[in-house]
Design a protein around this ligand. Sequence first.
Ligand code: PLP
Length: 376
Amino acid sequence: MQFRDLKAQYTALKDEMDKAILDVVASSAFVMGPKIKEMETAFADYVGVKHCIACNSGTDALLLALKAWDVKPGDAVFVPSFTFFASAEVIAMQGATPVFVDVDKDTFNINVADLECKIEQTLKAGKLTPRVIIAVDLFGLPADFTKIRQVADRHGLYVLEDGAQGFGGRIGERKACTFGDISTTSFFPAKPVGCYGDGGAVFTNNDEWATLMDSYHIHGKGSDRYDNIRIGMNSRMDSIQAAILLVKLRAFKDYELVEVNKVAARYTEQLKDVVKTPIVPQGFYSSWAQYTLQVENKEVRNGLQAALKAVDIPTAIYYPIPMHRQTAFSNLNLDDNRCPVSDQLADTVISLPIHPYLSEADQDVICEAVRSFLMK
Ligand SMILES: *Cc1c(COP(=O)(O)O)cnc(C)c1O
């Protein structure tokens, strides 16, 4: 059994995929070919924003947004502590200071009351200038952007939606990757829509920021690529990845997103009486990058993981160390009780295999193994 079965997906899409890849090879337009524009247009249309710019990774996408806003030393950027490292890493890469915010114990997403509190504390300390809120759509569920937007407006901050795991999610009819002033996603193979290597994208309706991010991602280009008007980076997407993503987006729209939601619903139905299953608030729709259970404590969690492993069921711990406890941020000298929910989740979460190709038979085996361990 696979945690995320990319081979099953390839088998299902093989004919179309092989042709798409070989067409790029035959065209020899490997970098910035016509496939890139086609992919950018398809992804912008799918989420419903004006601009999509493809780049080399979800990490670079976040970095491009911070560069467009000239986030720099002395700036404070608010970010949840319970996330993948890249969400916070990019802040430090710009020389700015990450301010870690706790998350909600039901949705795993940024806790808006604590966000407000951390902004007030930062203003009161008077050392940093609050600039940006990074809100992560953790495990596929959009963050609470209505409330986040209110806080951002009140304090004059930009909202950056880290939709690396959120692509395909919705609040009402509005899709993930449209909630930020700039939004980003990742096409790392294991994400809801992944390519066959590294890839990412930024999304925005703002023309000025789109032009800046387009420039930054190709060596700070001006009117052409040998006219360099700022210091940028090399973060182009490969044409082969764009061709792969066009095939994957079609499958995602046609059936994958629906199928993965069926798997999640079935898990919840079979497990909710024995364990805390994921909570999707009214009006929200998840793309299920992960299906994550919460158990009582670390011993139970580690025991469950070992019991599942013994019967060949792979699981994963996202995430074992919250950002405010990462060695890389030890220079920030953060207080010990900064993000208690993030601390607790790091000890008590466990993610089950989930993907659109997971058979009902395998789901039943997994649920039975979880139930029998927890009811022992
Ligand atoms: C995967 C991920 C990223 C980084 O994406 P890459 O494409 O791996 O660089 C950023 N934020 C979150 C929340 C992620 O899960």
